[in-house]
Structure formats: C-alpha cells, structure tokens
Design a protein around this ligand. Structure first.
Ligand code: WT7
Length: 655
C-alpha cells in the first residue's frame, strides 16, 4: 500500500449537531462532559474500565485484578471475577421488570410475539436444562444454525447459562460452510430449525444440516430442531430431537453456571485474507461490558425505548446488539425474521410504525437499496417514534446519509455511524449522539477508553490531517477478541504482526480530518465488503477452483451502488476458453456452485474468462490490474512484463 493510493478524495464538510429536543433527554448531552469522560479514560485506562465493570455488571465473585498482560498480545480482563452473562441479561431484571417486554418478534408473514423478561427466563432455563439432559456441559461447543426467531437468542442464552460456548452460523451459509465451522469448533451439538422464511421462500435449514453432517462433523451427538417453517424434514433416530420434545417437562429454572470472566462465551467465524474462516473467540466479562457501555453511550438507550437492530444473529452485530446488549441493559429489542422488501420496500418502515420503534440500526447497503425504491414507501408510514438512527458495516456514502437523515429521521434524529468489527466485540469509533456533532460519511471519534490511532508504514502516528494510514488500537480493551480458536499464532500474525506486536491492526485504512474525525477508507487486505459483510477473496477463489472445470481463479471487488462491493471473478478453465452462450452457461453454473460452497452472498456478480491470469515474473497475480479491469477503468500500470498481452483484452471482455 502506498500513501498516494490511500490519500483520500472525499471532501464532505457538512456538520450536523443534535437537536435541542434530542440533547435535552440524552444521557451524555454536551461535548465538554463527554471530553472529560474521555480524558479520564485516557489518564487511567485500567481504572476507568475497572470502575465501569464494577458498576455495570453483577458479579457472582468480584474481580480484584483488572488487566493481565502477561501473555500479551493475549490480554485478559477482570481475570479472577466470576459471572454469568445470561444472569446479567435476564435474571437481574426479573425483580423490577419481569413483565417488561424483552423481545418483540415479527415474522416475515406478519405473525408477532412479545416475550417478557419472565417468559424469556423460563424459555432459556428450560432449553438450558434440555442441553444438560443431552450431556452438554461447560466448555462444550454448540453450533447454532437458525432463522431470525426469538429461539435463536434463547439458544444463545441457554448455552451461556450453562457455560457452553456457542458458535452461530448465519442461516444463509451453505452446508459446506456449516460443516467447516462445526469441524473447526469441534461442536458436540447443533441447534437448528426445520426452516426459516426469507424473501417469501422457505430456507431449508435442517436439510442443510443433514447434508453437512452426512459429510463429516463426527463430533456432533445431538441435533435440536425447532419447528418454525413447517416444511418436511427427516429426523434421524437417536441424534435428532424436536425443540418441543427436548424442553417438555424441563424445570423452569436453571442455576447459572458461574464462569470465569475470561471463559469463552462464543466463537464467531469471519473471513480473512486466506481461504479458511477464523473462529473469533470472545470472553464473557469483557464482552458483556462492551455491549453495555455502547448501548448506553452510543445508543443512549432508555427505559421506554424500542430498539431495533436489523442484523441477523449470525453476525457480530446480531450478537452484540440483538441477543446481548439490549437485554443486558434491560431494554426491549425487536427481531424481524425476513427480508426488507417483503411484501414491498416499505416493510422496515411499517415495522417501525407498528411497533413504535425509537432506535433503528441498520447497514448502509439496506439504506441504499431502500433509498432506490423511492420516498413513497417511508412516506406512507408514521415514523415519528424514531429518535435515533444508526449504521454499521461499511462507510456510508454521504448521499445515503442525507436521505436517511431527511426521509427517515425527518432531520430530527442524530445518526450514529458505528465503526467496529467482529474482533472488537462492540462499537469502537462512533458518536455519542447528544455530545458529538456528526459529518456524513465519518464515524466521528473514538469512544472513551479506546486508544485508536492512524499510523504510517513505519508505525508512527499520523498527525497531518487527511493523510491516510493504518487504523490501529494502541491499548487492549475489555471486549477485544481473545484469540482465533485453535490458532494462537494466526491471531498474533493477523492482528499484531504488522507492527511488531505494538498494537492491534484492524486491517482498515483511515484518515483523520482537521477536527480529529475518522474517515474509514476501506480494507488494506484481500478482504471484500459485500453488503456490509466480510468475504475473503481467497475464500471465493478456493470455492471456484474446487469446481472440476476451473483451473485457476482470481477474485477482486468492484464498487457497487447497493452492495458496496460486488464480486468480480477472473477464471481460467481447463480446456479451451468458453465463449458466447457456452460462457453464459458456465457462468451460471459457477455462480450456483459458489452459492452452494459458501452461500448466496458469495456468488460472483461477474465472471470473465481468459487463457491465463496476468502474473508478475515472480508468479504473483497482478491484482491491481484486475481491479482496474473490474472497474472498467483505463489501464495505466505497466503491463509490459506480461507474457501474453492478449489476455488483458480477454479479461476486459473484448475478445
Ligand atoms: C469491517 C468489519 C461490525 C459489524 C459489521 C461488520 C467495515 C464496519 C464500519 C463503519 C466504515 C465499517 C470495516 C471493518 N466497517 N463498520 N461504520 N464505517 N467501515 O463486521 O464483518 O467484522 O467487518 O467492516 O472495514 O473492518 P465485520
């Protein structure tokens, strides 16, 4: 990466201050108080986090040691403390808010349910007892492959309640991806459903489980199956059990397993620059603290809020801001099962109206898609309950930001653009909405206790405004990942290697403007951001070359209006290069193939065929050239070292 090519071209300079109406009710409502809080954190990093951990978490056994750096960069927080996260999210609210709604659910077909804290407690305890009855115990891994229904959250809390480590696999991933994750985690149980409903279709989850289990996954002993979509499924005797049968007659209480603060709460697989997904491992105490402080600071959640984060529980956002954060603070979280366009592009806005949503958090890709559908949809609904909007997943383009602000927020609601990652556990850079003015496209400034910096190739902090560099975090924070499951070395190499273990390297490039606002500029590694989700180029390449007709493949991203990045694949096949209708047929076959290997989100948008891929003398694929071609831009780089210049024309689709 050279400085020039990450030098920014953005020139957005509009500033939006929160309204008086918002500010007057906000928990932190002016910049001076907020700066004082940040200064305190900076002065005494450990003391700051220790104080919050004591005030925000109910500890079964209080901690005496805050940060342990003896195994750096594997850091531990609150190490001798003991707690249970399901207790903190549910039990501790029972006395004062047992009858408060914890989860509002709406299915794609329009069915709704409201679940109180008392009911959630009962459901979680019964399912926890069902897990125990099948021999699942503390430390065992359990994979959850579910639709977006309350039982997905119940399953997560039930695991946490007994100290089992959950690993949720997004229901849109294929059987093949599911199998890889089950095997890497060595899971003993799998929790799924017959099917989920999305986009008007049934997603046959149980069938995908059967396919995955048929190919391996020898560690799985039990499969719990929730009846949701009503589709026919096969049940294997001795292995598969219906959720309803497993919970029947189970006690309605279940003493939480008190675990050490560092006890792994969950693994969540995410893509890296190599083909193999990484099992990001989070802790219990530190992670919980991250979700709580950000629910308070960034989402400013209050007693009567109806909080809706649209993310699926298969992603980190669905962990921190659906299943854990809103409950940890005793809030009401909305869950929606389906797609945003069923029956039409007004569905999200109708849900906001019907359930009087006050805080709405979604991804730029969804905002752009709904913006394209036109203003008539949101204008049909009463959105006056909304007081705060949020975005996450990728930089939001100023046009979409302004639309969100005007058409959804009616210029009344601050927008919190939250930068974070699966690895960071919770928001890291984001505005505290009552105190920090916002600029369209910027995630603003780091939260208190987050030592975020932008450094150059030599690792020196960049103070020149608008100069791009590496986004790094200088000090450990409680909700950071602990390691990559089963691969400590990969953890060190991926996140710490670049600057000799001096700081956490996020993998994003970033610039800071003259006001110290952060502007994320994209990834620095071979990772694509498709619809706010990370996909490794290598992962898609591996899937392509696994097809019998593919000899070689290279995948790059190309900017896309809705998805952020689209997947562009260059493919060399065995035998003569396909052309015309033969190429079209193969393209369809390869797209379906990748969907089957990884999941529909990984389907290449474009495929081009050539006799060879452009390579340097040392055999490295010239990715920059491929990116230029994918964008349809004029080639300015030196291609004279190419053996066969004709292939550039082939790749450009010109011959
Ligand atoms: C990557 C993390 C964290 C939940 C969603 C994605 C990009 C995330 C923003 C934002 C600009 C963002 C970064 C980051 N990203 N939020 N507000 N502005 N970029 O989680 O799959 O772990 O991906 O998403 O590139 O590194 P993830």
């Amino acid at each position: 990466m050279t400085q020039e090519n990450i030098e920014s071209i953005l020139t957005e300079d509009r500033i939006f201050a929160p309204s008086e109406a918002f500010r007057s009710k906000a928990r932190i409502n002016n910049r001076a108080d907020y700066d004082a809080l940040r200064a305190r954190a900076e002065k005494d990093h450990e003391g700051f986090w220790a104080e919050l951990a004591k005030s925000e978490i109910d500890w079964h056994k209080p901690f005496t040691k805050t940060l342990d750096s003896s195994r750096a960069p594997h850091f531990s927080w609150f190490t001798d403390g003991e707690l249970n996260i399901s207790y903190n999210c549910i039990d501790r609210h029972l006395k004062d808010k047992g009858d408060k709604t914890a989860i509002i659910f709406e299915g794609e077909k329009g069915d709704t349910r409201r679940i109180t804290y008392k009911e959630l407690h009962k459901n979680v305890c019964q399912f926890a007892n069902a897990l125990k009855a099948k021999g699942i115990k503390k430390g065992d891994r359990v994979v959850i492959y579910m639709p977006m229904v309350p039982e997905a959250a119940v399953a997560m809390h039930a695991c946490a309640r007994i100290g089992a480590v959950h690993s949720v696999v997004f229901g849109g991933f294929s059987a093949e991806s599911l199998k890889d994750r089950i095997e890497d985690a060595g899971a003993r149980a799998l929790i799924t459903a017959d099917g989920g409903t999305r986009g008007g279709k049934v997603v046959p989850l149980k069938a995908a489980c059967d396919e995955a289990l048929g190919k391996g996954c020898k560690t799985i002993e039990t499969v719990f199956v929730l009846k949701r979509a009503g589709n026919d499924v096969a049940m294997k005797n001795g292995r598969d059990i219906w959720w309803s049968d497993a919970t029947k007659g189970q006690a309605e209480t279940c003493e939480p397993e008190w675990v050490n603060s560092e006890h792994p709460l969950f693994l969540l697989y995410t893509s890296g620059s190599t083909g193999k997904p990484k099992g990001i491992q989070h802790s219990t105490g530190g992670y919980l603290l991250g979700t709580i402080v950000t629910m308070n600071w960034v989402f400013d959640i209050q007693e009567n809020d109806i909080y809706w984060c649209t993310a699926d529980v298969g992603w980190i956002t669905g962990h921190s801001y659906v299943a854990y954060g809103p409950l940890a603070v005793g809030g009401t979280a909305l869950m929606y099962e389906g797609a945003p366009v069923i029956p039409d592009a007004g569905r999200f806005w109708k849900i906001c109206q019907d359930h009087k949503v006050t805080i709405f958090y979604t991804a730029p890709t969804a905002i752009r898609a709904l913006m394209k559908a036109g203003d008539d949809y949101p204008n049909k609904y009463d959105l006056s309950s909304i007081r705060l909007l949020g975005t996450v997943g990728e930089p939001i383009n100023p046009e979409a930001w302004i639309w969100y602000h005007e058409v959804i927020g009616k210029e009344r609601c601050p927008i919190v653009d939250t930068w974070w990652q699966t690895e960071t556990g919770a928001n890291v850079i984001a505005p505290v909405p009552g105190a920090v003015d916002t600029k369209p496209g910027s995630c603003t400034i780091p939260l208190p206790g987050m030592a975020v910096d932008v450094v150059d190739d030599a690792g020196n902090s960049i103070s020149t405004p608008d100069r791009g560099g590496y986004l790094v975090i200088r000090k450990p924070w409680p909700f950071m990942l602990r390691t990559i499951w089963g691969d400590d070395q990969r953890y060190i190499d991926t996140y710490w290697g670049k600057f000799n273990n001096r700081y956490y390297v996020a993998g994003d490039s970033c610039r800071r403007d003259k006001d110290g606002y952060f502007w994320i500029m994209g990834r620095i590694d071979d990772v694509l951001n498709v619809s706010g989700h990370r996909l490794g180029t290598m992962e898609v390449e591996s899937a392509l070359v696994a097809h019998e007709r593919v000899a070689e493949a290279a995948v790059v991203g190309r900017p896309d209006d809705i998805k952020g990045e689209a997947i562009f694949a260059f493919v060399v096949i065995r035998g003569p290069r396909p052309q015309g209708s033969e190429a079209d047929k193969l393209t369809k076959e390869l797209r379906d193939w990748v969907a089957k290997e990884i999941g529909p989100i990984a389907k290449p948008d474009d495929i081009r065929y050539a006799d060879n891929l452009p390579k340097t003398r040392s055999g490295k694929i010239m990715r920059r050239l491929l990116r230029t071609i994918a964008k349809g831009e004029e080639i300015t780089q030196d291609i004279s070292t190419l053996e066969n210049e004709d292939i550039v024309k082939q790749l450009q689709g010109e011959m």
